[in-house]
Design a protein around this ligand. Structure first.
Ligand SMILES: Nc1ncnc2c1ncn2[C@@H]1O[C@H](COP(=O)(O)OP(=O)(O)O)[C@@H](O)[C@H]1O
Ligand SMILES: [Mg+2]
Length: 216
């Protein structure tokens, strides 16, 4: 199911649509987190991966990278329509490209979910990703690619970073809920995988894995 809508359950929905973008490197836990947060907020949740695959919103298949190349203009158009047709209240848009799709003024806030690269490596291996694809994704996580791109698109004031590594999804969802409701200050900039990997003696291995990869 692409769209999980529990807005109908919420009798006192807000009078406007509030879009929350949820981004992060593949495997960090976006879909799990977003479905639960949507339930808690009585929100519509749009899973971009599912939307892209079910509606063919890609340009072609990249054999070398083993991925479909998303058609961003088509996705933007479809998303605009979905949001316009949605009931009032919160709308979550989740996916690793979600921070590249919506105009600045139309987005209330952006969650950037993070996960320790070693944990991420195991998850991506479990998904059967090639070594090259794993290296590319771990590089993106370590070098804060989603965070930097989201900051460029929406400005730091709208961003909240949550490290899911040591957190059960429900704890992270509670934290996000409190941030959305204005009960908790969002955290930003506390994740520093480069320093962590260096302290753990693993940074050199990572740098070796990235040889030959284009800089993100
Ligand atoms: N907070 C968490 N703690 C431990 N494992 C998690 C957590 N969130 C998600 N997972 C697990 O990690 C994997 C990737 O989660 P998923 O939500 O599909 O990530 P994404 O949508 O970012 O690719 C799944 O196997 C999921 O069960
Ligand atoms: Mg997902």
């Amino acid at each position: 199911m692409v769209v999980f809508d529990s807005n109908s359950k919420k009798k006192n929905a807000k009078k406007e649509r509030k879009v929350i973008v949820i981004t992060g490197t593949p495997g960090v836990g976006k879909s799990t987190f977003s479905e639960r947060l949507a339930e808690k907020l009585g929100a519509l949740c749009i899973n971009l991966n599912k939307l892209i695959m079910e509606e063919g919103l890609f340009k072609d298949y990249d054999d070398a990278r083993g991925t479909f190349v998303a058609d961003l203009p088509k996705i933007r158009k479809r998303l605009k329509k979905l949001i316009r047709k949605a009931s009032e209240g919160y709308i979550l848009v989740e996916g690793h490209l979600s921070h590249l799709l919506l105009p600045r003024d139309s987005v209330e806030m952006v969650f950037i979910l993070r996960c320790h690269p070693e944990v991420l490596r195991q998850r991506l291996k479990g998904r059967g990703y090639t070594d090259a694809k794993i290296a590319e994704n771990l590089q993106a996580e370590v070098l804060d690619v989603c965070l930097i791109e989201a900051s460029q698109a929406y400005g730091e004031a709208k961003l909240a970073e949550i490290d899911l590594t040591e957190k059960m999804a429900d704890m992270a969802v509670q934290e996000a809920y409190e941030i959305v409701m204005g009960l908790r200050k969002p955290s930003l900039g506390s994740v520093d995988w480069l320093s962590r990997l260096q302290a753990e003696g693993k940074l050199e291995d990572y740098l070796r894995d990235w040889e030959g990869l284009p800089m993100p």
